[in-house]
Design a binder for this molecule. Structure first.
Ligand SMILES: NC(=O)c1ccc[n+]([C@@H]2O[C@H](COP(=O)([O-])OP(=O)(O)OC[C@H]3O[C@@H](n4cnc5c(N)ncnc54)[C@H](O)[C@@H]3O)[C@@H](O)[C@H]2O)c1
Length: 294
């Protein structure tokens, strides 16, 4: 049994001999007299361990959606979170969250990534979350769209890993890198996701290669592969359709569980991969898609 506090009230401040059954644990025991507060005889102590206590988590695309949910959950689990995004205005909202520091970072800017990596003293977890969903088939995808998608969804993961993997190696304490893929990738095709599917398949291949090359340093690399997640950009994609209500129904229908995922549900999987609970897991793609791919 766990109680938050026990207040002992007595007119006699010498009443210290309170019988407390052994099965009861308190975070504080406050002895009070008629005159008021006397003493908290238990020093406030952290009773529950966070799953990421002591870890430094760095992530991209933290201003909204899955990145934002992950930043908040990681901080709640005890991590020191360095949350980055290209959108400084939106990112500011995280400044008030205990455990989160924010930093504007455009993952397409090689120099900015290099300087950012240099500014980080310690890192235990890197979550490469930034990505863009291009809508269309091969015939809708010109070279500019192809290059933009590959630059943001794949090359940025390369740039981040290129700058942070040497830090993990130098630290010599292993680490966890989580790369955002999608079930729309090498796992599954979806209509109008031509270049998107190609980029996310590339992320899975890249992650497996890194996992093999750096397993000796105990640096783990894994992919998260969500189905359809209710995030601001998904809402934008729906709003861009001729019939947004039908678009929502169609997005929901893809998941056999009959709903969209929440960003928090994806964040929970990222926390598992970030934590020591997954210390024996590397080089894998984790499908979290409400049964879309079964
Ligand atoms: N939402 C889904 O249904 C879904 C499904 C599978 C995978 N994903 C992937 O999850 C990731 C996050 O998507 P989401 O829907 O949660 O978020 P989102 O698309 O709503 O937000 C993306 C965030 O990325 C930031 N960003 C964009 N360009 C950037 C850049 N150059 N540098 C740094 N940050 C940049 C944006 O400012 C924004 O805050 C993406 O990689 C996406 O492909 C999403």
């Amino acid at each position: 049994m766990q109680f938050r506090s026990l207040s002992v009230c007595s007119s006699d401040p010498s009443v210290y001999a309170v019988q407390i059954p052994q099965c009861m644990q308190f975070r504080s025991i406050v002895l009070t007299t008629n005159e008021g507060f006397v003493e908290n005889i238990i020093k406030p102590a952290k009773t529950s361990m966070g799953r990421l206590d002591g870890k430094v988590v760095v992530l991209s695309a933290a201003a909204q959606g899955i990145g934002r949910a992950t930043a908040i959950l990681a901080a709640k689990e005890g991590a020191r979170v360095i949350a980055t995004d290209v959108n400084g205005e939106l990112l500011k909202e995280l400044d008030s969250v205990a455990g989160i520091e924010t930093q504007v970072l455009d993952v397409l800017n090689k120099e900015a990534v290099e300087n950012f990596a240099k500014s980080i003293d310690k890192i235990d977890v890197l979550f490469n979350c930034a990505g863009f969903v291009h809508h269309g088939t091969l015939l809708d995808c010109d070279e500019k769209a192809w290059d933009f998608s590959f630059n943001l969804n794949v090359k940025s993961v390369y740039t981040m890993c290129k700058n942070f993997v040497p830090k993990f190696i130098a630290q010599g304490t292993g680490g966890s890198v989580i790369n955002m893929a999608s079930v729309v990738s090498s796992i599954k095709g979806a209509p109008n996701r031509f270049v998107y599917g190609a980029t996310k398949a590339a992320v899975i291949g890249l992650t497996k290669s890194l996992a093999v090359d750096y397993v000796q340093y105990k640096i783990r690399f894994n992919n998260v592969c969500p189905g359809t997640v209710d995030t601001p950009s998904l809402r934008d994609r729906m709003a861009a359709q001729d019939d947004p209500e039908q678009a929502l129904k169609d997005f929901i229908a893809r998941q056999k569980l009959g709903r969209l995922a929440s960003a928090d549900e994806i964040a929970s999987l990222v926390i598992y991969l970030a934590s020591d609970e997954s210390n024996f897991v590397t080089g894998q793609e984790f499908i979290i898609d409400g049964g879309w791919s079964i």
